[in-house]
Design a binder for this molecule. Structure first.
Ligand SMILES: [Zn+2]
Length: 243
């Protein structure tokens, strides 16, 4: 059974590095990396409906970044500033007011975490954010680092596992366990590990819609409520359309 999450006014949706280079055809592609996109789009819709902030991080490296193999690093050149590979996936439906966090711009070090020297933690606290719903790429690298940093900064964390993919699928169980030990709540893990439905993107988005139903209990927090579709059922029995 998938757990359900109730979006609260003090939540924000964090989307880590859903960029072309981490998707099939990119410079550092993850298997099925692009299949997170329809699932994340559903979460963006829910976030908009509930009026919570959407934060998207991106790897944004200078051309001769220290993390690249040519410079003695671990990775092929990827997400080079202003290239097609560094762009967010074209089907990712980021809202216009999404908060963009740029990382990996330093010549002398890499930054896996969206919180690493970006000021994001302090910024979110100022906004009153207490909990982060975390999605994106790659589960065992930048998502992992971001989740652990978020916990260190005392944010509550819900990892939406079916909205992630790993660089090394063999590391999924230990990564999930590490996050849980750090106090992160993990939902929909069975869709990534055991469930064939994640192999079809459309199917995955649909099952995420059904299984991870999000309830908006406080419509007064939803600035965008009237503007968006109202067809998503709430766990408390309302149909989401009071108008
Ligand atoms: Zn990078």
């Amino acid at each position: 059974m998938s757990k359900k999450v109730t979006i609260q006014p003090e939540d924000a949706l964090l989307i880590v590095d859903v960029q072309n280079d981490f998707c099939p055809g990119g410079a550092l592609p993850l298997d099925e990396g692009d299949e997170v996109v329809p699932v994340i789009n559903q979460w963006i819709k829910r976030a908009r409906k509930c009026g919570i902030s959407v934060v998207a991080s991106r790897d944004w490296h200078p051309g001769e970044h220290i993390s690249f193999k040519d410079q003695g690093g671990l990775w092929p050149a990827h997400c080079v500033q202003d290239t097609e590979g560094a762009r967010f996936h074209s089907k990712l439906q980021l809202p216009e007011d999404a908060i963009i966090v740029t990382k990996g711009v330093r010549f002398d070090q890499d930054q896996y975490s969206a919180f690493d020297q970006t000021g994001l933690g302090g910024f979110l606290k100022k906004m009153g954010i207490k909990r982060l719903l975390v999605t994106g790429l790659a589960l065992d690298i930048c998502v992992r680092a971001s989740v652990l940093d978020a916990r260190r900064a005392d944010f509550e964390v819900v990892l939406i596992t079916d909205a992630t993919r790993a660089e090394d699928a063999g590391k999924i169980p230990e990564t999930i366990e590490e996050m849980q030990l750090a106090g992160a709540e993990v939902i929909n893990v069975e869709k990534l590990l055991y469930d064939d439905t994640h192999r079809g993107a459309a199917e995955s988005a649909e099952s995420a819609e059904n299984d991870a139903a999000v309830c908006l209990k406080a419509p007064e927090f939803a600035e965008h409520y009237r503007l968006l579709d109202h067809d998503h059922p709430c766990a408390d029995g309302r149909n989401g359309d009071p108008y």
